[in-house]
Write a protein that binds this ligand. Structure first.
Ligand code: PEP
Ligand code: MN
Length: 352
């Protein structure tokens, strides 16, 4: 037999370990009977201290198996396989890579997406698109529908913002990513944008995840600021389970007790995600730190941690920005960032 992890051998199967609290024959027989009644095979493993029963079968009865933990003679029920069937490495060993316009995402290519937080005017988006493209960014970012904490803050130019992003793509040839906030907006944004962004605040908007899952356009999924890696991957699973396999994961900082930075960049999420999932992993050091002068160091850390790309906020005049000026790089600093990450990208065996 090939030397492969047990998880790979059990592909497509659900396997649970039921750890018995009791060693009484009748308690064990009762649990075995319940497992078999749910359509699973029960394999008894009797150690010197503990008895465990392995239940092997398909997915459907999984949650009912978990309910066996309520029995007094069962200590715990432990799943062996990861719950993300499509997003997980167990499903697909090789890294996922795909093309957007002419741009490759993943698969040894390091991709930089850059642009303003919000699209504000024709001049602003055209100028930014040109400068980030000249510096080596291959995807333009810009918010047309903005998820703002306050309803009184600038909400984005909406449809006009999409028109301006179309113009910027026309002018530079660079594909763009923009956020979609509601299932109703999905067809409108999907018709225009090259990549649809799901923002941190919507990472668990399951109706929205399903709606973008029905598209055949890449989805840029940002980690919720209070979400675990497991929850993040389950959100990717929502998109993929509807048929859309082109998902990009983005770590953008999580809430911690620290107040010096806007969020705390969970840099270890990068290797953890790369280990658990075959999907491309990006980092957004702009929202993670909230301060432009922290963006370059964290961008470099992201490259070396193994990220497949970056999302960076750039504004020609951050002091006039309608949103997130404090964390936006001016063009010269963006140029500096691109120069400083270049040797690190090579060091990691990737190409810019
Ligand atoms: C953004 O990318 O502009 C944004 C709002 O990011 P996040 O959802 O990560 O806060
Ligand atoms: Mn922003």
């Amino acid at each position: 037999m090939e030397n492969r992890p047990i998880a790979a051998l059990l592909k497509g199967l659900c396997a649970m370990i039921i750890v018995m609290a009791s060693r009484e024959r009748e308690d064990i027989d009762y649990v075995v009977a319940r497992i078999e009644a749910l359509g699973y095979q029960a394999h008894l493993i009797e150690g010197t201290q503990r008895t465990v029963v392995a239940a092997v079968g398909d997915e459907r009865g999984k949650f009912r198996l978990q309910s066996l933990e309520s029995l007094p003679h069962v200590e715990k029920v432990v799943p062996i396989l990861q719950p993300f069937k499509l997003a997980g490495r167990e499903a697909k060993e090789e890294d996922t890579s795909f093309k957007v316009g002419g741009v490759t995402i993943g698969g040894g290519v390091f991709t930089v997406m850059a642009g303003p937080c919000s699209v504000e005017s024709r001049e602003q988006i055209l100028e930014t698109a040109k400068v980030v493209h000249d510096c080596g960014a291959t995807i333009l970012r810009g918010g047309a529908f903005k998820p703002r904490t306050s309803p009184y803050a600038f909400q984005g130019l909406e449809l006009e913002g999409l028109n301006l992003l179309d113009e910027a793509r026309e002018a530079t040839g660079v594909p763009y990513v923009t956020e979609v906030m509601t299932p109703e907006q999905v067809p409108i944004v999907a018709e225009r944008a090259d990549i649809l962004q799901i923002g941190a605040r919507n990472m668990q908007n399951f109706g929205l995840l399903k709606a973008v899952g029905r598209l055949r356009k890449p989805v840029f999924l940002k980690r919720g600021m209070m979400s675990t890696i497991n929850e993040f991957l389950m959100s990717a699973e929502y998109v993929m389970s509807e048929g859309n396999k082109d998902v990009i994961l983005c770590e953008r900082g999580i809430r911690t007790f620290e107040t010096e930075t806007r969020n705390t960049l969970d840099i270890s999420a990068v290797p953890v995600l790369k280990k658990l999932s075959h999907l491309p992993v990006f980092v957004d050091p702009s929202h993670a730190t909230g301060h432009w002068d922290l963006v370059i160091p964290m961008a470099k850390a992201a490259v070396v941690a193994g990220a497949d790309g970056l999302m960076i906020e750039v504004h020609p005049h951050p002091e006039d920005a309608f949103s997130d000026g404090a964390q936006s790089l001016k063009p010269p600093h963006f140029k500096q960032m691109m120069e400083e990450i270049a040797p690190l990208v090579s060091l990691m065996g990737k190409t810019l």
